[in-house]
Design a protein around this ligand. Structure first.
Ligand SMILES: [Zn+2]
Ligand SMILES: [Zn+2]
Length: 105
């Protein structure tokens, strides 16, 4: 058995960061860092080196703060029968979110 805090799920092909963070949040608890965001960035957006620092400058210091403060799930977001989100895909190498999400205002 792996411990909760070590068990980040693998990113599925073309999955957007917000759908990924929702899955990561179900599988592992937040450890107070941007570890899932960083993992996603490292895998899919390796050029966005300054990203984590930029996020922190907005006052977001952990994965759950990122989830709460960046985008919100749309009422008509699509789910699988098991309740997980159906991701519509991210643009390559970016942290764009799919159409399940609206920018938080
Ligand atoms: Zn947190
Ligand atoms: Zn998505």
């Amino acid at each position: 058995m792996s411990t909760l805090t070590n068990a980040l799920p693998a990113i599925t092909e073309n999955e957007c960061i917000r759908c990924y963070l929702e899955r990561a949040n179900e599988k592992s608890s937040c450890d107070g860092t941007l570890r899932a965001v960083d993992h996603y960035r490292g895998e899919l957006a390796p050029k966005e080196i300054g990203l984590t620092q930029a996020i922190k400058s907005f006052g977001i210091f952990c994965d759950c703060e990122y989830r709460m403060n960046t985008s919100k799930l749309k009422n008509d977001a699509q789910h699988n029968p098991d309740g997980s989100l159906i991701c519509h895909g991210a643009q390559d190498g970016s942290l764009s979110v799919c159409s399940n999400w609206v920018d938080h205002v």
